[in-house]
Design a protein around this ligand. Sequence first.
Ligand code: FES
Length: 69
Amino acid sequence: MSDVTITISRNGSLKIEGGPTLLDADGNELKTREGKPFFLCRCGESTNKPFCDGTHNRIEFDGALAGDG
Ligand code: FES
């Protein structure tokens, strides 16, 4: 079983824990804070993609999952 955990925040980012390597589309490693969780943008509006910069709050991102009423 993987030690990596991905948590989908309600109306926000994806929280990544467990120290996975993050690569861009060309296979280049993107730096993350070693040993710390990082947060990937799910709303598409971050100015620091692929990382979340909190913009989802300002735009009132609706991150309802399929099956969420
Ligand atoms: S999810 Fe936070 S800025 Fe997009």
